[in-house]
Design a protein around this ligand. Structure first.
Ligand code: 3Y8
Ligand code: NAP
Length: 248
């Protein structure tokens, strides 16, 4: 068995620990989006494969027997490529996908379909807005430059940001609700824009928003092609034929 683990999430890192502890031969793959990705207890490769064809070629030349897609729900391209490459090569694929967040008591969420709809949903009057969606999708918000934006990025921005007046917080999660509550209160944030990432690593801002009664524009995740999906590491280990998972 030789597993390709498409990573970049809290769940992928947890899975990497389980695979390493179980002695499974696996390689962890990052896209190379950040300056210094977290180390992993598996051999790591960094960078794109060159589209679905490049990924299929990689699977064949590296003798991969199983692919686990534990990427972020908004990483729709790599997930689509994995479906195509595994279909083309006949290599089994399992997606490890965390459930979407659901609004609870005290939450004030407006669901929108995508980034453009999130921009359209912003108020007209100047507002202090926490854009907790990273770097790759902030350009469209330049259509409404009159807001005071606070951005949270993994790495210091290289070059000019599309929102020149924005305040930048450089931080990598997972985050905690107490510090996010302090951040939101100190910056008098009146609205949060978030992607429905699910999982624990990014939900702190939502717990903080609930406590501070701050409304959230929640971007729903993109549709993905049909594939075998499991929401828990036990499902992944069963997919690999390792029924027991080690509590690591
Ligand atoms: C490069 C790997 C781990 C994984 C940690 C999770 C949790 C912390 C919360 C906020 C939201 C955001 C962003 C976020 C979180 C985890 C997880 C998660 C959101 C790292 C990582 C990589 C990336 C890429 C980066 C994106 C950006 C998105 C920041 C490592 C730290 C906003 C997603 O500058 C850039 O180009 C950044 C790009 C894709 C979204 C975007 O469009 O900008 N993640 N994040 C992965 C690779 O190269 O393959 O550097 O160690 C991983 C994590 N980020 O092992 O503990 O599992 O979700 N990541 C979102 O949810 O909206 C921050 O600020 O509240
Ligand atoms: P994406 O838009 O789906 O992918 C764009 C291209 O990046 C892919 O076609 C592929 O290039 C390369 N790529 C993406 N993930 C890769 C991986 N794990 N290993 C190797 N190549 C990869 O991806 P994204 O949204 O930019 O996310 C990139 C990474 O950040 C993923 O690992 C994801 O899990 C992580 N992440 C993303 C978000 C988010 O909000 N999007 C949040 C947290 C973590 P080629 O076509 O050349 O193969």
């Amino acid at each position: 068995m030789r597993v390709l683990l498409l990573g970049g999430t809290t769940e992928a890192s947890a899975l990497a620990r389980q695979l390493a502890a179980a002695g499974v031969t696996a390689v962890f793959s990052y896209a190379g989006r950040t300056d210094s990705p977290a180390p992993q207890p598996l051999p790591v490769r960094i960078g794109g494969f060159g589209g679905p064809e490049g990924l299929a070629r990689y699977l064949m030349t590296e003798g991969i027997t199983h692919v686990i897609d534990a990427t972020h729900p908004f990483a729709a391209t790599i997930s689509g490529n994995a479906v195509a490459a595994c279909a083309a090569t006949g290599i089994p694929l399992c997606a490890h996908e965390r459930a979407a967040w659901v609004a609870g008591e005290g939450d004030d969420w407006t669901h929108v379909a995508d980034i453009a709809a999130a921009v359209a949903a912003l108020p007209e009057e100047p507002t202090r807005i926490f854009l907790a969606i990273g770097r790759q999708t902030i350009d469209p918000f330049a259509a409404k430059p009159w807001h005071q934006y606070v951005l949270r990025l993994v790495d210091p921005p290289k070059g000019r940001l599309p929102l020149p007046g924005a305040e930048v917080i450089v931080a990598r999660g997972p985050f905690d609700a107490a510090s996010d509550q302090r951040l939101l209160a100190a910056r008098r944030i009146k609205l949060i824009v978030a992607k429905n990432a699910g999982g624990a690593g990014a939900r702190a801002k939502l717990d903080a928003a609930r406590a501070l009664r701050i409304p959230v524009v929640m971007i729903d995740r993109p549709a993905l092609p049909p594939r075998h999906v499991t929401a828990d590491p036990e499902g992944v280990m069963a997919f690999l034929g390792h029924p027991a998972t080690l509590g690591v």
